[in-house]
Design a protein around this ligand. Sequence first.
Ligand SMILES: Cc1cc2nc3c(=O)[nH]c(=O)nc-3n(C[C@H](O)[C@H](O)[C@H](O)COP(=O)(O)OP(=O)(O)OC[C@H]3O[C@@H](n4cnc5c(N)ncnc54)[C@H](O)[C@@H]3O)c2cc1C
Length: 461
Amino acid sequence: MIGVRAEYDVVVIGGGAAGFSAVVVAAESGASVLLVSDGPLGGTCVNFGCVPTKFLLHRLSLNRRAGIRVGLSEILREARRVSSELRADKYESLLDSLGVDHARERARFKAPGIIEVNGREVRYRRAAIIAVGAKTWRPPIPGLGESAPRILDNEKLFSEPMEADPSRVAVIGGRAQGIEIAQIMARSGVETHLVQRSGRLLPEEEPEAGYTIRKVLEDDGVRVYTSTRITRVKNQGSEVELVFKSGENLVRVSVDYIYLATGRKPVLEGLGLDRVGVRVSSEGFIVVDEYLRASRGIYAAGDCINGYMLEPVAAKEGYVAAVNALGGSMKMDYTVVPRAVFTDPEFARVGLTERELARRLGVCACRVVDLADIPKARILGYRRGFVKMVVDPRTRRIAGVHMVAPNAAEAIHEAAIAVKNEMTIDDLIDSIHVFPTISEGLKYAALAFYRDVRKMPCCLV
Ligand SMILES: Cc1cc2nc3c(=O)[nH]c(=O)nc-3n(C[C@H](O)[C@H](O)[C@H](O)COP(=O)(O)OP(=O)(O)OC[C@H]3O[C@@H](n4cnc5c(N)ncnc54)[C@H](O)[C@@H]3O)c2cc1C
């Protein structure tokens, strides 16, 4: 609190992707800015999310190819080092260079225009921006209360050193986070169980994605259970038992730790939102309009306002919120949001699924190209995967692309540009691609609307 003044133009609450983006816009426009954030700067992404998970997945796949085995606790130490370097270089030093004050405290609204920080009142003249993120949601399962021991989540895994390498872990949740953590555990030599409530992994994605990623994980030795209902978690001293129904069977799995990838929800209690007219939806998110305004003089951004839960979306929202807080009128556009799961191979997606387009238009056309038919995939030694293209058959415009492939998270940007600019399959076919690349798979998927791509030479145009 040293050096914090009684009044600022803008107060930003939360120092993650959304908050930092807002801080930069506000400070660069000449406003005086206070950042109030109780967690480590950089928030979830740098400290407990994107950065450590991607480091681990990358390092473990290199180790696997080189035949090196490193225990989980050792590799976690390395991940923390990468996070802390990025935090120092990209966040901590930035505040000084921008001339932004920082209070490492919790904030709460006292009244419109007044925020309480560690018992002191701070006033904002122009706006407050709420960017408080989200935390792991604990499902109401007997034995899984807040104080239950041997339960991990992303914050625990990446901030608390482990006493010893675990030998068995059960991951609950089969969406992006659960799948990545399951591969991290399995490739660190941990016996890994992945327990998913719905009938397939990645249930919001194309069915091909969930089925392929399941096989990828099973290749790594992960035991995957779908269509489950967890009935109980029982602490048994040095281990914990997970009891669940899988179809007709009652399954009991004893493990060292349970990792919760059960979804994330904002923690808004104690923020005093009711005092300043900020509403919260029935799903627990802050309600904003299309300009990200939550109330008079108050804007909100990032994981606390919607279910995208993606770093670049949070950052864009922080930008839009700050522009509008300072008098602009910019709308947030969610029409093209590429996303990825960074397993090896990766899953990536942009635009609509086959089902979504059919529901929207009443018609849909799609083609799926097997990864084994993409020369670069064979060169890299991958056969499990696909590229699926979803097209409006009336205009041939590309509406969506879904893929499981090495480097899919990079290749998907070409598809994102195509969807954003309403390009057709012919535009893609007409574009010369570098050979050999995974991006060629997009061109193959477009070509598949005209011909059998299994029967063509490598570089046919
Ligand atoms: C394991 C994992 C892996 C992920 N991987 C990816 C990925 O690969 N790619 C991707 O795009 N996204 C990924 N994400 C999602 C991404 O991390 C989030 O979408 C993003 O970090 C959200 O940023 P935010 O600014 O909204 O919130 P956060 O980064 O969570 O920041 C919120 C900050 O607000 C602070 N705060 C909360 N309440 C208060 C208060 N009352 N007073 C003061 N401060 C407060 C918190 O301490 C925190 O520092 C991942 C998430 C997880 C959990």
